[in-house]
Write a new protein. Structure first.
Length: 276
């Protein structure tokens, strides 16, 4: 009995989880059925029209109640199926909107908590310590042998997985120039100024616009997250030296103010050019 109950619970939970897709599919199928039923009911409606024309030709009195009843009987099925189909699609839309609203609320709370943590950490430890803390590197102690044959301990820094909603290593950018650190730094500053101007003039800025401007790939969350007028937006460059083929080279961690959910606040009128 418990196994049957578990199976039923899984079916119910699965149905609830996929209810928007189920309702949308049912609505689409229902609309197709509506078209078929409407075609099939055409003959019944035509028969009613023929009877009316014959009654008029014979100057007979037309019973409007009977005519209305006959037409209702002819079309009630396609009308009912069509109405239920549209209702299913609207129900799917309503469920999706409710879920998005819940996710947006949760995201807003999470972002507020992150911002409070950031402000507290900066206040207690300073900006330099915070920058060192957020740079996604793993620091390992290792022993090396110098040119004189002496051993010494050093700290090796290795890049780790990153949260692409708040930053990325600049050497992964299409704009990156491997042998000109100063050029890279100047390019980031130039792009930052353009993005700040766009936010000021337009009032909105999407995360994917920032990523594209910096030469990074678009991400799914980047179409939903961003900044609006009044939000704090800036791009920071944190430079750390890492070993590359036996020599230390400056690596730039590019980060920006944490974006928030602004999907409902953006008017999508095409793609905006950053470099143009």
């Amino acid at each position: 009995m418990s196994k049957i109950k578990n199976v039923l619970n899984k079916v119910v939970m699965g149905t609830k989880k996929h209810s928007p897709a189920i309702l949308t599919g049912a609505g689409i199928i229902g609309l197709g059925a509506t078209a078929y039923l409407a075609y099939k009911s055409r003959e019944k409606v035509e028969a009613v029209v023929v009877n009316i024309e014959e009654a008029r030709a014979n100057e007979e009195e037309i019973n409007k109640v009977e005519v209305a009843r006959d037409i209702a009987e002819a079309i009630y099925l396609p009308v009912t199926v069509g109405a239920l189909s549209v209702a299913a699609i609207f129900a799917s839309y309503r469920i999706q909107n409710k879920r998005i609203a819940i996710l947006a609320s949760s995201l807003a709370v999470s972002q507020l908590q992150n911002k409070m943590f950031e402000e507290k950490y900066r206040k207690e430890h300073g900006d330099e310590a915070y920058n060192k803390f957020i740079v996604p590197v793993e620091r390992n102690e290792k022993t090396v042998v110098d040119e004189k044959g002496k051993t010494k301990k050093t700290i090796e820094e290795i890049k780790t997985d990153v949260d692409h909603t708040i930053g990325q290593w600049y050497d992964e950018s299409l704009e990156y120039v491997s042998d000109d650190h100063d050029y890279n730094m100047a390019m980031i500053d130039s792009i930052s100024e353009k993005l700040e101007l766009i936010l000021f003039q337009r009032g909105t800025l999407l995360l994917n616009e920032v990523r594209e401007a910096l030469g990074f790939e678009r991400i799914r969350a980047g179409a939903l997250l961003g900044w609006t007028a009044g939000d704090s937006f800036n791009i920071e460059k944190i430079v750390t030296n890492m070993e590359d083929n036996g020599e230390l080279k400056p690596q730039i961690w590019v980060t920006w103010a944490r974006p928030r959910y602004i999907f409902d606040e953006v008017e999508f009128k095409g793609r905006y050019s950053i470099h143009g």
